[in-house]
Design a protein around this ligand. Structure first.
Ligand SMILES: [Zn+2]
Length: 335
């Protein structure tokens, strides 16, 4: 079995010389797997392995140049470093557009690294596929929602509530502000409003990312890019950070809703200071985490992020060896 370590905020395979999503920028001669383009994974590494959509999104977020190994999903590529050799295959993770799991094969064993993932169907991301990883030695998986209380309602149900919130707000001649992370969640929300006839305006940062999605072939319902005052009386999709910075005063009278998996926690709406909170997530909920383990049937599970220790215990109860890879992390309200 190969050695798997938690280092520099990510995963490190010393016998391959492979980094997976380290938080610290790597400037050395070893390649870094970038599972997807969320801000906590995007660093100016010297050499990266990623999918094409992720490469395009990283370019928009980071600019500059780097040595890139752009892999198609399912393409098995050999890497040789001064530490060892391995085959790496990217598999769709279903988290956001371009998100990838990494299937790593070496002479010592095999590992599936999930990165952030979900199994539920998505409107704007590729469907998750565990493919050849079944029966692997190690499954290294994120466990953000690794406690049994986190079970999401269907997206269709959530969108019914979101649409009602928007219609009621617009009927009062007010602006409906939907707070959603600019990459992934905003595009999912935009797709979820298709067919409703609601007039939608996108915050500049959401608009930029949405252009990359369109270049990658994702089709959206009509929307407008925000110009000064143009979102008044419409549905406005905006990242929470922008709202916190007080930049939405230009929107006139408004009602706001935060869109996050943490909306399952009753305190979420109060903590976010919004009028409503809707539980839509791009992560797996507890049920999906368990389903992932059952699909992959690994010899051992290593858990990362969120309720890592709790979920490792859940896996052991299923009769599969498991332990938390990361130190216990303080859970924060992640928007
Ligand atoms: Zn993510």
């Amino acid at each position: 079995m190969q050695t798997i370590e938690y280092r520099e905020g990510g995963v490190w395979l010393p016998e391959c010389g492979l980094w997976l999503d380290p938080q610290k920028t790597q400037t050395g001669p070893l390649p870094v797997l970038v599972s997807h383009a969320h801000a906590d994974h995007v660093r100016p590494h010297r050499e990266v392995i990623l999918s094409l959509p992720t490469a395009r999104l990283v370019q928009v977020r980071l600019g500059g140049q780097r040595q890139q190994h752009v892999l198609e999903y399912g393409e098995r590529r050999l890497f040789e470093t001064n530490r060892g050799r391995y085959h790496l295959t990217l598999l769709p993770a279903g988290h956001i557009l371009g998100s990838a799991m990494a299937w790593v094969e070496t002479e010592r064993g095999s590992m599936l690294y999930s990165g952030d993932f979900k199994l539920r169907a998505s409107r704007s991301a590729e469907a998750n596929e565990t493919g050849p990883a079944r029966g692997c030695d190690h499954l290294v998986m994120e466990t953000t929602y690794g406690r049994a209380q986190y079970r999401f309602p269907s997206a269709a149900e959530v969108f019914k509530d979101v649409v009602r919130f928007c219609e009621e707000t617009l009927a009062r001649k007010e602006t409906a502000v939907l707070l959603a992370y600019s990459l992934g969640k905003s595009q999912e929300v935009l797709c979820g409003l298709a067919g409703t006839g609601l007039p939608v305006t996108l915050h500049e940062s959401v608009w930029k990312i949405t252009q990359v999605y369109e270049q990658c072939g994702v089709v959206f319902p009509p929307y407008e890019r925000e110009e000064e005052g143009s979102a008044v009386g419409r549905v406005f999709i905006c990242p929470p950070q922008a709202a916190r910075a007080g930049k939405v005063s230009r929107l006139g009278t408004q009602r706001s809703a935060i869109i996050t998996g943490w909306a399952l926690d009753p305190s979420c709406r109060f903590r976010s200071g919004t009028d409503a909170a809707f539980p839509l997530s791009d992560h797996a909920d507890f049920t999906e985490l368990v389903e992932m383990v059952k699909r992959v049937q690994p010899k051992k599970v290593l858990t990362l992020h969120g309720f890592a220790a709790d979920f490792a215990q859940t896996v052991r109860r299923l009769g599969i060896d498991a332990q938390a890879l990361s130190e216990h992390e303080q859970l924060e309200l992640s928007l």
